[in-house]
Write a protein of this length. Structure first.
Length: 654
């Protein structure tokens, strides 16, 4: 049978029982006269008569289908091509594909013409989807350009995935019948794309500690492929509402497994995930139970792991040597890490900057522990790899010392974090993560993981079921005391020490001597300055010749510039004979990567002083965070004056 557009429209209305059809509405829709419509009906009846079906045109009652109407779908199956399947289910699938999965727009007129239904029917379809997404942070928007989806990218992907999974489950198929599942997914995606993504997921599944069930693998396939399609259309996850850092840290240790999948997708499908895209996918990998499987032991690598654990334990003053989970976690990461480093393969950590800021001491401790061990094999470790290793140590420390998540609330959501952090660290509070937010952000934040809120403003209008400490904007002595007393009551291990004169920076001062504070008016390059100082320290027996090379290696990995004209270069502890901290005060700033440094702390710590590293960095960060002390040191005229500033004026830092 050869039907025209009008005849298909009439048949489709009878199939889906859409609206009452009249000859008048058809003439208006297709802009033809009644005689043309009656001609169409006569042609249809000639064809339908073989199936015992007839279209009656009783005046005043509209068009009516009579006879053996159960045959109508058989007619469509026998006589229409596949692309003429105009069922409501297929129409809704088409809308999902174009609006939600591909992120395009559709007009009422286009859909009406495409599917041979009325604009009213299309309105009902759109209303159907509006009801489905009512509780989500997304909406259908209609304007003169058409109808499109607007809202949170995560919600769009989640909804689309939920819709497709429900359609598959409603068919009540065996999850092992992947052919049928693929056939359905091929309505929305190219066969090659579905096959490729499924193949990459199977690779990950084999590397996982526990293999996913087919059900879980299907769900991950659908979510992954929808995200890939939306990324290819330019839609990325952009977390507008602030997410707290400690909401992500526990999952990031699984990221190396997620990264294998992402690398395959980016390489073969030519798309680029941004950081938030990667974190979203990582959340799903973790949620579905994909967990890295640990490797067969290798004696050489086992020694590296054990020696690194011992070093970090010494630096952080906590015994981690018997933590089997830590050993297994490091084993999983160290084995492939050494291969990556040898081959020059990078594994970026999307949380690198946050990890360095929040765990600066542990980050440096991890670097100290692994740099020397790997340099013996001619391998230079990267900051990204250090950050992944550090996460395993942090997780182990969390088990020994419960982590405390502190949220600071101030009018602008910034400015006080460093000040409060220093007060907390100064009172020897271990394992604290601090984040800052504004009052506006606080109202929308999930604070379920927050242990303590420190606020410079009253929070009476916000219902919060968390301990709150109100402080003044300048964090005075009484404020420090309140903070310390909170931790004292919770942990019974904090001794309050604010405003103790002559007791500040004791560890730092132990390793600073007026003989190794250098003033220069000449303008040198970073390499020349470091070479001169290292040569002097080597001649005096503090360091070995190769220490300079390790300092430069560290700078190549990532600049040690901290901001405010300050840099803290440091090198391999294996190349240090006696601990010393040299200070270089330059009249003209030195080019330090993309920045300018005028005050440089060269940190040389020996193996025998491993236990002092944590306190050295603790003191050093407090000095650096004090603009008062830094300006005084920069303006000092000689070494004695600089040391006296640290020794006697540290109390003004409070």
């Amino acid at each position: 049978m050869n039907f025209n557009k009008r005849q298909i429209y009439i048949i489709n209305n009878f199939i889906n029982q859409n609206n009452l059809l009249t000859v008048d509405c058809l003439t208006d829709r297709f802009k033809v006269d009644k005689r043309t419509i009656y001609y169409d009906i006569d042609n249809l009846n000639s064809s339908l008569d073989n199936y015992g079906i007839k279209i009656d045109t009783n005046k005043g009652f509209g068009l009516k289908l009579t006879g053996n109407i159960n045959n109508i779908k058989k007619i469509i199956r026998d006589n229409f091509e596949e692309n003429y399947d105009f069922s409501k289910s297929n129409r809704l699938d088409y809308i999902i594909k174009k609006l939600f999965i591909e992120g395009g727009s559709l007009s009422y007129s286009y859909l009406s013409e495409r599917w041979y239904v009325s604009r009213t029917t299309i309105k009902y379809d759109f209303d159907y989807f509006r009801n489905l997404i009512e509780s989500r942070n997304i909406k259908l928007v209609s304007n003169n350009k058409g109808t499109f989806v607007e809202g949170d990218e995560k919600e769009i992907i989640n909804f689309s995935s939920h819709y497709l999974i429900n359609k598959i489950e409603n068919k009540k198929i065996d999850y092992h019948d992947m052919n049928f599942i693929f056939q359905y997914l091929n309505k929305f995606f190219e066969k090659e794309l579905v096959d490729d993504v499924y193949g990459y997921l199977r690779i990950i599944n084999k590397k996982s500690k526990k293999s996913l069930t087919t059900n879980y693998l299907l769900r991950l396939l659908v979510t992954s492929i929808i995200q890939i399609r939306r990324i290819s259309k330019g839609h990325h996850i952009n977390t507008k509402e602030k997410e707290l850092f400690f909401d992500n840290i526990d999952n990031i240790k699984f990221f190396p497994l997620t990264s294998i999948f992402i690398e395959n997708i980016e390489k073969h499908l030519f798309i680029n995930y941004i950081t938030d895209d990667k974190l979203y996918l990582n959340e799903h990998f973790v949620a579905f139970g994909l967990e890295p499987s640990y490797l067969v032991k290798d004696e050489e690598y086992e020694q590296i792991i054990q020696r690194a654990i011992n070093k970090v334990s010494s630096i952080m003053h906590v015994d981690l040597s018997n933590d089997l989970e830590l050993i297994e976690g490091l084993r999983f990461h160290v084995y492939p890490m050494i291969y990556r480093l040898k081959m020059g393969i990078s594994l970026p950590n999307p949380l690198l900057d946050e990890l360095k800021q929040q765990f600066s001491i542990l980050f440096n401790a991890t670097w100290y522990a692994f740099y020397g061990l790997l340099s013996e094999k001619g391998i230079v470790i990267t900051e990204d790899e250090v950050s992944y290793l550090m996460i395993h140590f942090q997780a182990s420390i969390d088990k020994n010392i419960k982590r405390t998540n502190v949220l600071i609330v101030c009018p602008l959501g910034m400015g006080l974090s460093n000040l409060v952090r220093n007060r907390i660290e100064k009172n020897s509070l271990p394992n604290v993560i601090i984040e800052t937010t504004s009052i506006i952000e606080l109202k929308t934040l999930d604070i379920s993981q927050v242990d303590l809120i420190i606020s410079t403003v009253e929070l009476n209008d916000i219902k919060i079921n968390k301990p709150i400490i109100h402080v003044s904007p300048l964090i005075n002595y009484e404020d420090q005391k309140k903070i310390a007393e909170y931790f004292l009551s919770k942990r019974n291990q904090v001794k309050f020490s604010a405003n103790k004169e002559n007791g500040k920076f004791k560890t730092l001062l132990k390793f600073i001597s007026e003989d190794y504070i250098y003033y220069t008016k000449e303008s040198f390059s970073k390499e020349v300055v470091l070479s001169k100082i290292c040569t002097d320290l080597c001649d005096k027996g503090f360091i070995k010749r190769e220490f300079f090379d390790s300092v430069i290696d560290r700078e190549r990995i990532s600049s040690t510039y901290l901001g405010n004209g300050i840099a803290i270069p440091h090198g391999n502890i294996e190349s240090v004979n006696e601990t010393v901290i040299a200070i270089i005060n330059t009249e003209d700033s030195i080019n330090w990567g993309d920045d300018k440094a005028s005050l440089i702390f060269l940190i040389c710590i020996s193996k025998k002083d491993l236990t002092e590293i944590k306190d050295v960095f603790n003191d050093l960060y407090q000095v650096i965070d004090s603009e008062y002390l830094i300006e005084k040191i920069k303006k000092s005229n000689n070494a004695v004056e600089a040391i006296n500033i640290l020794r006697y004026e540290g109390s003004k830092y409070d």
